[in-house]
Write a protein that binds this ligand. Structure first.
Ligand code: GLN
Length: 203
């Protein structure tokens, strides 16, 4: 299909710039999404790391919660990192009062699961389907996937077995931040799904 894939990064709060930079490096036309009409103009959405309770509140006040849920239901590819994984989870444990997610991933995630002592750490991960070197993953007050329902597939786990990457159809959720460690394979996988989605829409 002609032209670069046009993808959005939800730009309400969080590490938006890092995702835009990485997606641009991979040849995508990456734009910030803050309004429903900006969402309609893209073929995939990245939900960045940041603070999920803030992203939730702002997405509701900017009128984006409904359109993002509809896009997920329609099959639009999305990649959520850290707070973005929380936003894509069907169930969130240790959320603040009244906190909502977009949902889509059949998982239970626990916010801030790694506690204070280990607010930040790096780990090497083997990821299902990735050849080459293990992923060097940066965890920054990230969530953990406490349970994976039948519709979702775990992609990576820590040595102790805790799941930190999941996939379900065109949705990809990560507890960590590939956009910070310079890991490109998850964003490439997302862009491949976007390319397929564009073909599907054009068919
Ligand atoms: N603790 C944050 C939250 O609950 C996530 C941290 C991050 O995205 N780096 O949303």
């Amino acid at each position: 299909m002609a032209g670069n894939p046009r993808v959005g990064v939800l730009a309400l709060q969080g590490d938006v710039r890092e995702h835009i930079a990485l997606l641009s490096r991979l040849g995508a036309d990456a734009v910030r999404v803050r309004r429903p009409d900006e969402l309609r103009a893209v073929d995939g959405l990245v939900i960045p790391g940041g603070e999920s309770s803030v992203i939730d509140k702002l997405s509701r006040s900017f009128g984006l919660q409904g359109p993002i849920r509809a896009a997920i239901a329609a099959g639009m590819p999305m990649l959520g990192t850290c707070a973005g994984l929380i936003m894509l989870a069907d169930t969130v444990v240790d959320a603040i009062d009244g906190q909502e997610s977009f949902g889509g991933l059949d998982v239970v995630v626990r916010r801030n699961a790694f506690g204070r002592q280990a607010e930040s750490f790096e780990a090497e991960l083997e990821v299902a389907g990735f050849g080459g070197d293990p992923v060097s993953a940066a965890f920054i007050r990230g969530p953990v996937v406490e349970s994976v329902g039948p519709a979702a597939t775990p992609l990576a786990a820590l040595d102790d077995g805790r799941v930190v990457a999941v996939e379900q159809g065109t949705l990809l959720g990560l507890s960590f931040h590939p956009e910070i460690s310079g890991e490109t394979r998850f964003h490439q996988r997302f862009l491949d799904a976007v390319e397929q989605w564009r073909h599907h829409l054009a068919a």
